[in-house]
Design a protein around this ligand. Structure first.
Ligand code: MTE
Length: 322
């Protein structure tokens, strides 16, 4: 995989094409789809919400070779099968409950081990580097996966702007806390706000991005608008959504999931088929949208990104540091 090469625009199915396919399928067999969806426990045909606050939903992004040849998960599945506990604990809830979520104006603060605390508006984050399209495989710890064409910029660009001090060894990401807008935060399922963390070298790795869009458009609210983390070699829960603060620390932060269940969720959370989870298989995965009878696929070490990230863990016992 060579990220320098351009990907032909024709390699990406334009949204209109799969939307018209979706309409056709809907008309052709609503009953069949409904029963299939029930068996799969996935929601059917949720309407695509419009992020009406933003002037234009389209984003200009440079094509890259990341994910060339991968079969994309449909826009509909990517935007209606979500984990976003602030908007409900069922995967079908965020698309409904996040519809009116206000994502403008939005600012991000950088704090902790930095030369000085700073605040940056989302518009200025977009100016830090050209936006790129990155097609990444995403693996959820629950045993399913998707392939998503993200639009974003390398997290390293924000870190350079933040000017961390030499004491900064880790980066913590803090999602928005707003009980008025986020009904799920009235339930103490998580010690709100949702937080995640990365080691500094992981945060600086070229694969790590701050995503602001998907499928060439501004991020739908349920996918973490207006700004979320994407770390494709780690389980999906590392990708904190709707981030408002980035804190640089000397000590390893304790993330939300580590607090909830330290036996199940570690700090590293690298995709690793050799380390089992107490409840879900990590050796194989179900690709969302691949059909009811398609077989599970083998999960790859570091989700298939070992060439780009394996070097960061030489000498690390990945069974202990799960
Ligand atoms: N970020 C916040 N703030 N709240 C969440 O509940 N869920 C995580 C992660 N980021 C979550 C979050 C989990 S468990 C997953 S699998 C991914 O978001 C899902 O991202 P997606 O809905 O865009 O696929």
């Amino acid at each position: 995989m060579n990220p320098e090469n351009d990907i032909a625009p024709s390699d990406i199915t334009p949204r209109e094409v799969f939307e018209s396919r979706r309409d056709f399928i809907k008309k052709a067999g609503v009953g069949l789809i409904a029963s299939t969806a029930l068996l799969l426990n996935c929601p059917i045909s949720a309407a695509t919400p419009k992020n009406t606050n933003l002037p234009s939903r389209k984003l200009k992004a440079i094509s890259t070779a990341y994910g060339r040849g991968e079969k994309l998960t449909s826009y509909e599945d990517v935007t209606s099968y979500n984990n976003f506990y602030e908007f409900g604990s069922d995967k079908s809830e965020p698309v409904i409950n996040a519809k009116l979520f206000k994502t403008q104006p939005w600012t991000l603060t950088v704090e902790g081990e930095v030369r000085k605390n700073k605040t940056i508006a989302i518009e200025d984050i977009l100016k830090l580097a050209p936006l790129e399209e990155r097609i990444y495989r995403m693996r959820c710890v629950e045993g399913w996966s998707m392939v998503i064409p993200w639009v974003g910029l390398p997290l390293s660009e924000l870190i350079k702007w933040a000017e961390p001090t030499g004491n900064a060894k880790y980066v913590e990401f803090i999602s928005l806390e707003d009980k008025q807008q986020m009904p799920g935060q009235n339930i103490p399922l998580i010690d709100w706000p949702y937080t995640e963390g990365l080691r500094m070298d992981e945060a600086m790795n070229p694969l790590t991005i701050l995503a602001v869009g998907l499928y060439g458009e501004v991020l739908p609210n349920q996918n973490g608008a207006p700004l979320r983390l994407v770390v494709p070699w780690k389980y999906g829960f590392k990708g904190a959504k709707s981030i408002v603060s980035v804190r640089f620390t000397e000590k390893q932060p304790v993330s939300s999931w580590m607090k909830i269940s330290p036996k199940e969720y570690g700090f590293y959370a690298n995709v690793n088929p050799n380390v089992e989870h107490p409840r879900w298989s990590q050796s194989t995965e179900r690709r969302i949208g691949s059909g009811l009878f398609s077989s599970r696929i083998k999960t790859q070490m570091f989700n298939g990104y070992a060439d780009q990230v394996g070097h960061m863990y030489s000498g690390v016992d990945l069974k202990r540091n799960f």
